[in-house]
Design a protein around this ligand. Sequence first.
Ligand code: AMP
Length: 382
Amino acid sequence: MSRVKPILPGSAIGVLGSGQLGRMFAIAARRMGYRVHTFSPDEDTPTGQVSDLEVKAAYEDLDAVRDFASGVAVVTFEFENVPAETAAAAESRAPVRPAGNVLHTTQHRLREKWFLSQAGLPLTPFRYVSQAADLPVALQDLGLPAILKTADFGYDGKGQFRITSQDQLFEAWEAVGQVEAVLEAFVDFECEISVVAARSESGDFVHYGAIENQHKNGILDLSIAPARVPPKVAAEAVELTRTVLEKLEVVGVVCVEFFVAKSGRLLINEIAPRPHNSGHLTVDANITSQFEQQLRSVCGLPLGSVKQLAPAAMANLLGDLWTHGEPDWARAAALPDVKIHLYGKLSARPGRKMGHLTAISTNVETALADVQRARHLLAPHS
Ligand code: AMP
């Protein structure tokens, strides 16, 4: 693999997307002396607030995308639903990392599953559902319960329906918006884990080990590092992640999410071609955060140490916390081992990720207890 000249501090990095992942990336990049330009259809965004330049334009405005890419040394992204044409327009003016093919595979559930099957990687049993008539057959193959998911991750937030009885087929098809979908067998898992990893342009690979994740209503609620799984399971998850990054020839950061079945068997649930919510705790707990790692990999710099300095736990702060007024920040700030991260979002809506807390401690149990206590203290009138 050819080595390109590294992109050095002082250069401008372009970020497609403007949410919290871009914000934390921009903070890491600016700390190392880079300039950050962000592109999205919004303004006063989480990323824009901490960037040197915030460009407001539609992703479909390819002239604007080309202009944007002309002004930076490299383009990266902070969400995977960047349209293929947008990535291609950017690529005509600057390197895009991870490359457009990684986006293409991972932004579509079906393409992702085909990639995983072809690579011989373990995944949840699934069937392709292109029309309502495919559903009864798919359900017969997989059995109940099963989950119907839109093939396109970005479909208007309408995503998933859990089918627990034969009578729900029509309801499920309606619920996902009657679009191309995937039916997945429901995995009665022991726990969920993820591995956040980075691969450099010269093929070096680093990872943060297995992180344990707990979801609520399909949204990540808590992450714990290191995951409380047998070392063999963690090591296998890392090896599977390495294979994913190598087969996709990723230059950048990727997160692979797994179900750990009751038998201990790992099944890949999803691949995110970017830093991930479960890796937020690396900002406070590791020598090099996942965001700095993204910066280093897309700039062609050597990857940083992933060494974890202390066990850690992360709790997401969703908009629901604002229902009865502004959270009581002083109460959480009084806990000495808890860090508060807020994303600068202008309005709090239920389910919207507004920030997170990280606790570090001498073991994961106390880190988890501390972070949950801190979040509880935030709720007004708790
Ligand atoms: P997803 O957006 O597909 O990653 O799903 C979000 C969460 O829903 C997962 O992290 C799991 O907690 C749950 N989930 C999704 N698919 C399945 C499945 N096939 N079996 C069991 N739980 C699932």
